[in-house]
Design a protein around this ligand. Structure first.
Ligand SMILES: Cc1ncc(COP(=O)(O)O)c(C=O)c1O
Ligand SMILES: [Zn+2]
Length: 417
């Protein structure tokens, strides 16, 4: 049974069948999937959902796939971690971390969007898949294509983190590194997609791909016991995630499954913050920027869905903040020290922005706060200028350890070892 109705232009409302279309022929606006919500409501409810397997397909009626999904059977349903020590440190009452560092199998939020793009793309007859990526998306496309057995081509900026490149290569896709930034890569991919007829998950499959991001919103609401948080802070690059989580909350509200109102905040790195600057300057357009930040996964200077981020942040009563590279690194360390979660710079940016929003009293510390930690720090060890060092290296001998230990105890507190 299909709940998928078609595609609708986000700008002018023109309707299209749910085929390979991805831009409006009338106004060049992006297309978005529409569903038969009355039918969904008569077949689905929170109780049914809560009895299903813990992966993103538990919400399948609200996703644009009509047949059986192809991948993603262990993707999504990541932990919503109730923070104790970080909450105490920040002086907030109820803090949760949506932990995408353990998403399956490629350790970022991109494990949500790719299974939806591939499953729908296969239904539309694509047999080769591709993407323009800052690293995490390439990892997800490589991994899910490997599982499905699809040939795959990845296009990345040449200067992204080594572990992100290796994490893709190990799955044996074709990888093309380009001498330019993400925005240059994306421009080329639009042309290649036209020419070669490949399914570019975030270009010509974007209307379907982006729907996968809604599952983060569904999960947050479900994991909070079918309610919305008061505040949600999300990192933003191209602008897929934030408007789709807003849409997820709206859908659950319209279906009558959750109550409340969530303020949504956008976090960016100061070296690439075109959306946050538009929020701060009260603009309704985006001034593209040339990225200069260590937060490479979110270094998109010309965000495709930037204006929709502005709209949703404003509609929700939220705001945006940016973090410098050193604030991002400090936040990465703070999160690990207080909660044992090792994030990449996107998560550091989000936590650093949250700290600023709390200081500015834009977020009430007595209310429910969710911070999205969207990617894994093991992929971005290169961001730390000096490598981590152990406290000491010893021969494996008890007397030697003992001597060293006693020496440590004799040092005044705070002295270097
Ligand atoms: C770890 C991580 N978080 C957040 C984002 C931002 O997502 P979006 O492009 O949906 O705004 C990305 C995008 O690449 C990412 O890799
Ligand atoms: Zn249109």
């Amino acid at each position: 049974m299909s709940y998928l109705k078609g595609l609708v232009c986000k700008q002018c409302g023109t309707r299209y069948p749910a085929d390979r279309s991805f831009v409006c022929l009338e106004c060049f606006g992006p297309l978005e999937v529409s569903y038969d919500y009355a039918k969904i409501q008569s077949h689905l409810n929170p109780k049914i959902i809560s009895q299903r397997e813990e992966n993103l397909w538990r919400y399948r009626e609200l996703l644009p796939v009509t047949g059986e999904p192809i991948t993603g059977f262990h993707s999504g349903y990541t932990p919503l971690v109730r923070s104790r020590r970080l909450a105490e440190h920040l002086g907030v009452k109820e803090l949760y971390l949506k932990d995408e560092t353990v998403n399956h199998p490629s350790l970022s939020y991109k494990d949500r969007v790719v299974p939806v793009a591939l499953s729908r793309g296969a239904e539309l007859g694509y047999s080769v898949f591709s993407c323009a990526s800052t690293g995490n998306l390439a990892n997800a496309v490589a991994a899910h294509c490997a599982q499905a057995g699809f040939p795959c081509w990845l296009f990345i900026p040449q200067d992204i983190e080594a572990a992100k490149i290796s994490g893709s290569l190990i799955c044996k896709p074709k990888v093309v590194a380009l001498k330019g930034n993400y925005d240059d890569v994306n421009r080329l991919c639009a042309e290649i997609g036209d020419h070669y007829g490949w399914g570019f998950v975030n270009v010509n499959l974007r209307p379907y791909y982006s729907e996968g991001a809604k599952t983060m919103g569904y999960e947050i609401a479900e994991q909070l016991g079918w309610r919305l948080p008061d505040h949600l802070i999300l990192p933003t690059a191209g602008g897929t995630l934030l408007p789709k989580v807003a849409r997820a909350f709206q859908e659950f509200t319209d279906l009558g499954w959750v109550k409340g109102k969530c303020r949504i905040y956008c976090a960016q790195a100061e070296g690439c913050a075109p959306i946050v600057r538009s929020l701060h300057q009260d603009l309704d357009y985006i001034n593209p920027e040339k990225p200069r930040t260590l937060a490479k996964s979110i270094a998109i200077g010309n965000p495709a869905d930037g204006i929709y981020v502005l709209q949703e942040v404003r509609r929700s009563g939220g705001w945006g903040e940016m973090a410098t590279d050193s604030e991002i690194l400090e936040a990465i360390e703070l999160l690990a020290e207080k909660e044992g979660i090792f994030t990449e710079p996107a998560g550091g940016t989000t936590l650093a922005a949250t700290i600023k929003l709390l200081r500015q009293e834009r977020i009430n510390p007595e209310e429910t706060i969710v911070v999205a930690i969207t990617g894994n720090g093991y992929k971005t060890l290169d961001v730390f200028e000096s490598p981590f060092e152990v406290d000491v290296t010893l021969r494996p001998n008890l007397r030697i350890f003992h001597e060293w230990y006693e020496g440590q105890q004799a040092l005044p507190a705070g002295a270097p070892a």
